[in-house]
Ligand binder design. Structure first.
Ligand code: FES
Length: 128
């Protein structure tokens, strides 16, 4: 069902886990399948220094989240907010039509995480 690129990323995903001392966090559920995605980030001086994901999603969710986090590390908040699931799918050289919804998880979680940072909703290290 998946192309070689997706399988390659799925078998060797990058940026999995939780960023130590994160100051941005976004958790979303997928309306279509009910799977969950969480993205944590460390943002300093408006730049995403690190980003990691955890998911209960499928291979497409893992591959798209690994790719999406890789695409936003080192970017400014404004640049990261422009990332779309279409760009992630292009980077993965395509996803099966029935798996497009899985790639939306990462895009949504990134937006929520940045939102939490901008609103100052993430507890400081001492409070976690
Ligand atoms: Fe749920 Fe892919 S089927 S994330």
């Amino acid at each position: 069902m998946y192309n070689e690129k997706v399988m390659e990323v799925f078998k060797n995903p990058q940026h999995m886990g939780e960023v130590e001392n994160y100051n941005a966090i976004g958790t979303v559920g997928n309306e279509v399948c009910g799977d969950i995605m969480q993205i944590t980030m460390r943002i300093e001086d408006n730049v995403i220094k690190d980003a990691k994901f955890k998911t209960f999603g499928c291979a497409a969710a893992v591959a798209s989240s690994s790719t999406a986090t890789g695409m936003i590390i080192g970017k400014t908040i404004e640049e990261a907010l422009k990332l779309t699931n279409k760009q992630v799918i292009e980077e993965l050289e395509g996803l099966p039509p029935q798996k497009i919804h899985c790639s939306v998880l990462a895009e949504d979680a990134i937006r929520l995480a940045i939102d939490s940072y901008l609103k100052g909703e993430v507890p400081s290290k001492e409070e976690k």
